[in-house]
Design a protein around this ligand. Structure first.
Ligand code: AVI
Length: 320
């Protein structure tokens, strides 16, 4: 590890894959946690999703960062301790770090130690003037922040990618409230959120023609075969992603094509023909939704940046 990188290891609890999966399969209706999509294969497939022509989210958020990062840096001001939820491997973080005014530290918070160290190592080379203080922790839990060499003027949590939209509303509000407490009264939260729009366009983003999203979804079952010695026959399950316009979210299911019995961790699980397991929500927000969600967490929207078509948004939230 680069000598200038100080890792704070909060030793997050290991995931209980078997326990979580058996609990989800015992529930009615069945469900599986979307966090388990991201093993090595799933993470590579997600990168490919981001390159699909139908998946407008990543491209559009990057466009917003390209066009408005300087304005965001101005709004954040000098001397920021920038905390990122996730490993910060992406271009969006680089665009922000490039333009921040004399930031005092960059603090990525990530549960995977290897992903964290790999990405922060690259960033340290690119930004030798910024103190790198990675924290190995589960950002859904309370996190203690490391103190930089220079005192920060304010702390800002950066949470790009509409990842907040993968949490149910109540959980998303809880996470925002935790971020509010973490940054303190002078701090802020900069969050990327996908917009509500033409349902056909949203559905296409989660049903790309090349079938990469379907492969990503079904990799969850392949992972259970690999890690829990399960015997899911992937050809007997299909990916289904539908937009619920009332709830404003994509609901992704894995649906059983026939009545079948599967062994998972030594237990038998029965599936009916057409039975669907919920595996992911991807929530979409109009500005009123963002304001409501922020208010429920004790925050207000200070600034909003969007692309010219208003497909995606980056929102600056501060203490109410
Ligand atoms: C990471 N997250 C914001 C993606 C999304 O759009 O909900 C995950 C994803 N699932 C299917 N495609 C992309």
């Amino acid at each position: 590890m680069n000598a200038s990188i100080k890792l704070l290891d909060l030793e997050p609890a290991e995931d209980d894959l078997l326990g979580d999966v058996l609990a989800g399969l015992a529930a009615t209706p069945k469900r599986l946690p979307s966090k388990y999509f991201y093993d090595a294969v799933g993470s590579r497939l997600f990168e490919r999703i981001c390159e699909q022509p139908e998946y407008y989210l990543t491209r559009t958020e990057l466009e917003i960062m390209r066009d408005h990062a300087e304005d965001m840096a101005q709004a954040l001001g000098p001397g920021v301790r920038l905390v990122e939820y996730g490993s910060g491997a992406g271009l969006k973080t680089r665009q922000l770090l490039k333009v921040l005014q004399a930031p005092v530290a960059y603090v990525p918070v990530e549960i995977s130690r290897s992903a964290l160290l790999a990405s922060v190592g690259r960033l340290a080379e690119e930004f030798p003037g910024i103190e790198m203080l990675p924290v190995c922790a589960d950002f859904t839990q309370r996190v203690a922040l490391p103190e930089p060499g220079r005192p920060p003027r304010r702390t800002v949590v950066y949470f790009p990618g509409s990842t907040l939209g993968n949490f149910e509303n109540a959980v998303a509000v809880k996470l925002l409230a935790q971020m509010r407490a973490l940054v303190g009264s002078g701090g802020a939260v900069l969050v990327g959120l996908d917009r509500k729009k033409d349902p056909a366009m949203i559905e296409a983003a989660y049903n790309d023609a090349a079938g990469v999203t379907a492969e990503f979804t079904l990799n969850l079952l392949a992972r259970l075969n690999r890690e829990l010695d399960a015997d899911f026959d992937l050809s007997r399950f299909r990916h289904q992603a539908r937009y619920d316009a009332v709830k404003g979210r994509i609901e992704t299911h894995i649906t059983s094509s026939c009545a079948q019995s599967v062994s998972v961790g030594g237990q038998r699980v029965e599936f009916g023909e057409g039975e669907a397991m919920l595996v992911e929500y991807s929530c979409k927000y109009d500005q009123a939704d963002v304001e409501r969600m922020a208010a429920s967490a004790g925050l207000v929207v200070e600034r909003t940046w969007t692309d010219p078509s208003d497909w995606f948004s980056v929102q600056l939230l501060a203490h109410a």
